[in-house]
Ligand binder design. Structure first.
Ligand code: C2E
Ligand code: MG
Ligand code: MG
Length: 459
C-alpha cells in the first residue's frame, strides 16, 4: 500500500516544468532499475461537463485549478508532478513495488479531486480521467511512458471509474522503437518531411474507382519508414496535430485539383485525429482549404474514429455539424473496434461506415466475424449510410462482401497505397482491366480466368 501522503502543506512538493518532468522520469527509471522497483507515470485530466463549460468557462477553470492545487497533498514527498496544459497534469510515482500501487494511488487522487469538483456529495461536475503506464511493464524510457500514459488516459474515458492502465495494443507495438527515433520524427514533423500515398476504393456495383484514401508516408534520412500512426501520435503529443492535419488536407486537395486538371475525377478521404475534434477552428481550416484549392466540398470525405466522439460528444458533434454544413462527407473509420456506441450514428451527420479490417480479416474463416460484418453492413444501410470494407485481400473476401451488399471495398486485393505520381498510371491500368471484366458487377471478377486465384499484393 502507498504510505499516507503528508498532510502538512509546508512539506508540499513543487510542480516541475515539462523538461524537468522528463528528466525526473528518466532518473526514476534508472533508480528503479538499480533497486529492482517500478515507477509509474499518470496522465490526469479534469473534464468538465460540456454545457457547463459553455456557460461558465472561467469559473470552471478557476475551480479546476484550485482543486489541482491540492494535488501535492495527495502525493508522497518522493512523487513529482507537472502541468501538461489546460486541465491536464502528469504525476510521477517512483519507487513502487508493483503496478497495483499505482492503481491505488490513481483511485485516491481521483476520489479526492472528484470531491473537490462536486457541489453535491458524489456528484462531481467534472470527471477525473487518469491513464497509467508503468516501468518496466509498459515502457522503459521516459518518452514511451508518457506516450503510453497519455494513450491510457484517452482510453479511460470509456471506463466506468475513469482510470485506465495502459493496455498493450498490437497496433501500438510500433511505439517500442519510438524512443530511438523520436527526435528524427520530431524533425520530420517540423520540416513537413512527409507525403501522402493514395489507396483506391472500389465501388462494388460498378467496379469503378472514383475515390482514394490519403495515407501519410514518412521516410527518415536513414531510410527507415515511420508508421503513420506513430507520426500522428507524436504530433498529438507535441500539440502539432492541427498543423499535420492542415498539411495533409491541403496536400490531398491540391492533388485532387491536379488530377482534375488531367481529367481524373476522384474523391479523396482524409483521416482526422481525435484531437482535431477538440479544435473549434477545424471547420474554418477545412473551409479555407476547400476554397483555396477550388474543390467541390462533396469530393472530400473526412474520416473520424469512434473515440473522437466519446471524449466530448457535444463538442465533437458541433464540429461535425459545422463540417457537414460545408458539404464535406463524413466517415466513421475503423468501425467495430472502438466503443461502438450506436446512439451517435443517429445523432451525427455521418455518411459512411468503414468496417474495420480486423473484422473483415476473418470473414472467410470465422462465422461469428462474418455475422458481425454482415450486421455492420446492414446497420449502415438501415441508417442510410454507405458501407466500406477495409483490408480486403482476396477475391473470396470480395465475393462474400459483395453478397453482403457492401458498397465499397478497399484493400491490397485492389492495391496497396500508391504514391501520388504513380496513381494516374495505376488508374489507367485498372480501368483498362475493367474492360476485360465480364460484367459491371465486381462480384463476378473471380469467374474471369485473368482474375482466378488473384490475391493481395502487399506493399
Ligand atoms: P486507416 O485510416 O484505417 O487506414 C487503413 C490502413 O490499412 C492503412 O495503413 C492501409 O495501408 C492499411 N491497409 C489497406 N489495405 C489493407 C489490406 O488489405 N490489408 C492490411 N493488412 N492492411 C491494409 P497505414 O497506411 O499504415 O495507416 C495506418 C493508420 O494510420 C490509418 O488507418 C490511420 O488511422 C492512420 N493515418 C494514416 N494517415 C493519417 C493521417 O493523415 N492523419 C491521421 N491522423 N492518421 C493517419
Ligand atoms: Mg482511414
Ligand atoms: Mg481504418
Amino acid at each position: 500500500m502507498m504510505p499516507a501522503p503528508p498532510p502538512d502543506r509546508s512539506s508540499s512538493i513543487e510542480p516541475l516544468l515539462r523538461h524537468q518532468l522528463r528528466q525526473a522520469i528518466q532518473a526514476s527509471i534508472v533508480e528503479a532499475n538499480k533497486a529492482k522497483r517500478h515507477c509509474a507515470v499518470l496522465v490526469l485530466a479534469a473534464e468538465p461537463k460540456d454545457r457547463l463549460l459553455l456557460l461558465t468557462q472561467d469559473w470552471v477553470d478557476a475551480r479546476i485549478e484550485q482543486a489541482l492545487s491540492e494535488l501535492p497533498t495527495l502525493l508522497r514527498k518522493v512523487d513529482r508532478y507537472a502541468s501538461l496544459g489546460q486541465r491536464q497534469w502528469c504525476v510521477l510515482l517512483p519507487g513502487l513495488t508493483n503496478v497495483a500501487q499505482a492503481v491505488l494511488a490513481a483511485h485516491k487522487i481521483s476520489r479526492s479531486l472528484s470531491e473537490l469538483l462536486s457541489d453535491q456529495p458524489g456528484k462531481p461536475w467534472a470527471r477525473i480521467l487518469i491513464g497509467i503506464a508503468c516501468h518496466p511493464e509498459h515502457a522503459t524510457d521516459a518518452d514511451a511512458l508518457l506516450i503510453r500514459a497519455d494513450a491510457a488516459q484517452r482510453q479511460a474515458e470509456a471506463s466506468e471509474d475513469g482510470i485506465c492502465v495502459f493496455l498493450p495494443d498490437p497496433a501500438q507495438e510500433d511505439d517500442a522503437c519510438l524512443p530511438a527515433i523520436r527526435s528524427e520524427v520530431l524533425d520530420a514533423l517540423a520540416s513537413n518531411n512527409y507525403r501522402l500515398a493514395y489507396q483506391p476504393q472500389i465501388d462494388l456495383a460498378s467496379g469503378r474507382c472514383h475515390a482514394a484514401e490519403a495515407l501519410l508516408r514518412c521516410t527518415l534520412p536513414n531510410g527507415s519508414r515511420v508508421p503513420p500512426t506513430m507520426l500522428a501520435r507524436v504530433a498529438e503529443q507535441e500539440g502539432k496535430v492541427a498543423t499535420l492535419t492542415m498539411n495533409v488536407l491541403n496536400s490531398a486537395l491540391r492533388q485532387l485539383g491536379e488530377w482534375s486538371s488531367r481529367g481524373i475525377d476522384m474523391r479523396v478521404s482524409v483521416n482526422l485525429s481525435p484531437y482535431n475534434l477538440r479544435d473549434r477552428d477545424l471547420p474554418d481550416v477545412v473551409a479555407g482549404a476547400i476554397a483555396s484549392w477550388e474543390i467541390d466540398a462533396q469530393r472530400l470525405t473526412l474520416e473520424i474514429v469512434e473515440s473522437s466522439m466519446i471524449h466530448n460528444f457535444d463538442q465533437a458533434a458541433s464540429i461535425l455539424n459545422r463540417l457537414k454544413a460545408l458539404g464535406v462527407k463524413l466517415a466513421v473509420d475503423d468501425f467495430g473496434t472502438g466503443y461502438s456506441c450506436l446512439a451517435y450514428l443517429r445523432q451525427l451527420p455521418v455518411d459512411e461506415l468503414k468496417v474495420d479490417q480486423s473484422l473483415v480479416r476473418h470473414i472467410l474463416r470465422s462465422k461469428a466475424d462474418r455475422q458481425l460484418v454482415r450486421a455492420t453492413i446492414d446497420l449502415a444501410h438501415n441508417f442510410g449510410l454507405h458501407a466500406v470494407a477495409e483490408g480486403v485481400e482476396t477475391i473470396e473476401m470480395l465475393e462474400v462482401l459483395s453478397e453482403m451488399r457492401c458498397d465499397t471495398i478497399q484493400g491490397y486485393l485492389i492495391s496497396a497505397p500508391i504514391e501520388a505520381e504513380h496513381y494516374p498510371d495505376w488508374l489507367r491500368h485498372f480501368e483498362a482491366d475493367a474492360l476485360l471484366r465480364p460484367s459491371p458487377g465486381f462480384c463476378n471478377v473471380s469467374t474471369h480466368p485473368k482474375q482466378q486465384g488473384r490475391t493481395a499484393v502487399r506493399p
